[in-house]
Design a protein around this ligand. Structure first.
Ligand code: ADP
Length: 227
C-alpha cells in the first residue's frame, strides 16, 4: 500500500461552540493523501478551507477526529512534539507571503532551517539551491520590499520547503497575484512540488489551477466531497 502522508478521520470543528453565534465549519471530514499526491481543495471563500488546512498543519486543533502525519497520530502528542513535527514535516504557504521584512530572501529561507537544527552553511547552500529552482537566484540578497509580488511568493515557496517537509499545505498560494503572474507562479510551485515528490493540499478557487493537480476535493456545507 502506498504510504499515507496525511490522514484525517472524523474531523469536526465549530467556532463559538454552544453560543448563539456558533458556526459549524467542518463535519466528519475524512481525507487520505498519499506520498507524492497533489490534491486541490476547491471551495468558495468562507467554506472552511483555511480551518481545514490549519488543522491538517497542526496550527489548530479539531473538536473531534484524528490527524495522522506520516503515520503518526497527532492528538495525544505534547505541544513540543507537535511543534517539532510541524517544523520538520509540514510546509505552509499563505496567500500573503509573510516574509520577514528586515531579512533578505536567502535569510528568510535560512531561518527556519536554523530553528530546525541545521548548520548555517548547509542552510545557506539549501536556500540558494531552492532560489535557483524557482528561478530567482539573482534576487537572493534582496529584502522582500525590493521583490515583486510573484518573487515574494516564490521565496515563500522556498521557505515552506526549506526543511524538506513531507507535506505541503497551501492556502490560495497565488490568490494575491494578478491572473498572469498567478498562472506562472503556480506553475513554478507545481514543478517544485513534483520535482521533490512532496505530498500537497493546495486550496484554490481557481478551477483551471485545480485541474492541474492530481485530484480535486470540495468543501460543501462542512463536508468534503471528492470530484
Ligand atoms: P475559507 O478559508 O474557506 O475562506 P475559513 O476556514 O477561513 O474559510 O472560515 C470558515 C468559516 O468559519 C467562516 O464562516 C468564518 O467566518 C468562520 N471562522 C473562521 N475563523 C473563525 C474564528 N476564529 N471565530 C469564529 N468564526 C471563525
Amino acid at each position: 500500500m502506498n504510504e499515507l502522508v496525511l490522514a484525517l478521520h472524523g474531523i469536526a470543528k465549530s467556532y463559538n461552540k454552544g453560543l448563539p453565534g456558533e458556526v459549524e465549519v467542518l463535519r466528519d471530514i475524512g481525507l487520505n493523501v498519499a506520498k507524492g499526491e497533489v490534491v486541490a481543495l476547491v471551495a468558495p471563500s468562507g467554506a472552511g478551507k483555511s480551518t481545514l488546512l490549519h488543522i491538517a498543519g497542526l496550527l489548530d486543533t479539531p473538536d473531534a477526529g484524528a490527524v495522522r502525519i506520516a503515520g503518526e497520530e497527532m492528538s495525544g502528542l505534547s505541544d513540543a512534539r507537535r511543534t517539532a513535527v510541524r517544523r520538520s514535516d509540514v510546509g505552509f504557504i499563505y496567500q500573503f507571503h509573510h516574509l520577514l521584512p528586515e531579512f533578505t530572501a536567502e535569510e528568510n529561507i535560512v531561518l527556519p532551517q536554523l530553528a530546525n537544527g541545521i548548520a548555517r552553511s548547509t542552510a545557506h547552500a539549501r536556500a540558494r539551491d531552492l532560489l535557483g529552482k524557482v528561478g530567482i537566484a539573482p534576487r537572493a540578497g534582496h529584502r522582500p520590499a525590493a521583490l515583486s509580488g510573484g518573487e515574494q511568493q516564490r521565496v515563500a515557496f522556498c521557505r515552506a520547503l526549506a526543511n524538506a517537509p513531507k507535506l505541503l499545505l497551501a492556502d490560495e498560494p497565488t490568490g494575491n497575484l494578478d491572473p498572469a503572474t498567478s498562472d506562472q507562479v503556480f506553475g513554478v510551485l507545481l514543478d517544485l512540488v513534483r520535482a521533490t515528490g512532496l505530498s500537497a493540499v493546495i486550496a484554490t478557487h481557481n478551477l483551471e489551477l485545480a485541474a492541474r493537480m492530481d485530484r480535486q476535493i470540495r468543501l460543501d456545507a462542512g463536508r468534503l466531497i471528492s470530484s
